[in-house]
Ligand binder design. Structure first.
Ligand SMILES: [Mg+2]
Length: 242
């Protein structure tokens, strides 16, 4: 955290954290599987939450018994992106307390970024709901050179764009994949599970809803989640800190 006790920036995941869009992804994936005469098991879908399009579509292709060729992957990705464009345009429901959280971070004059695995074209539709003025930077799933969450690169890229140390940042995440990415980048994580349960961890604060979070006391939140040493800029994940 910075000298005033606040995070240098607050980094927001999108799907499942700010908007309740994981359910829309489920609809789009199910529609694609049905279009191909297949179906996706609930356990398989849970494994995709927080993943980028390529990883998710490879899992879907495997599930419906289709080959994971570049051609199949391209067709499936385009089909699902098209369906998601329709679903996003129909209106994105906020997660409870998310709109208030964005406003509170802005009211405190803190820097912020959107760090999403969703592709830029879909994110731009979501930004109509989230507000472009809510963020100083946005990082999308097709802008990280294939190094998607759980790789730390999306969070490292956001920190570079904001010129802050990722170890001074608070990341808001809902999925195990997203939490792993943010923690590997060195961020402290405010973890609010949506579709998949999350465990406690040394580098994270777990809450059941953003409504439970006091956004005027983010410095206290950071201090409470932090290991005493070995964090600054090392990229060391929480488990390795013991
Ligand atoms: Mg998410």
């Amino acid at each position: 955290m910075t000298r005033d006790g606040n995070p240098a920036a607050v980094l927001f995941d999108m799907d499942g954290t700010l908007v309740d869009s994981e359910k829309l992804w489920t609809v789009a994936m199910d529609d694609y599987a049905a279009h191909r005469g297949g179906a996706i098991r609930e356990s398989t879908r849970a494994n995709m939450v927080g993943s980028n399009m390529t990883r998710s579509m490879l899992i879907v292709l495997d599930e419906i018994g289709a080959p994971g060729t570049a051609e199949e992957l391209d067709h499936a990705s385009r089909w699902v992106a098209g369906r998601m464009t329709e679903l996003f345009a129909d209106g994105l429901p906020w997660r409870p307390g998310a709109a208030e959280a964005l406003r509170a971070v802005r009211a405190q004059g803190l820097r912020s970024a959107l760090v999403t695995s969703t592709i830029r074209s879909l994110t731009e539709i979501a930004l109509d709901t989230l507000g472009r003025g809510s963020f100083d930077a946005t990082v999308c799933g097709d802008e990280v050179g294939g190094k998607n969450k759980p790789d730390p690169e999306p969070y490292l890229r956001a920190a570079r764009m904001l010129r802050v140390d990722p170890a001074d940042c608070l990341a808001l995440e809902d999925s195990p994949t997203g939490v792993a990415s943010a923690e590997a980048a060195g961020c402290t994580v405010l973890a609010v599970p949506c579709e998949v349960a999350l465990e406690e961890g040394p580098q994270r604060v777990l809450r059941s809803s953003l409504l439970d979070v006091d956004f005027t006391a983010l410095g206290a939140l950071l201090a409470g989640a932090r290991p005493a040493a070995g964090r600054a800029g090392t990229g060391i994940v929480g488990d390795e800190l013991g």
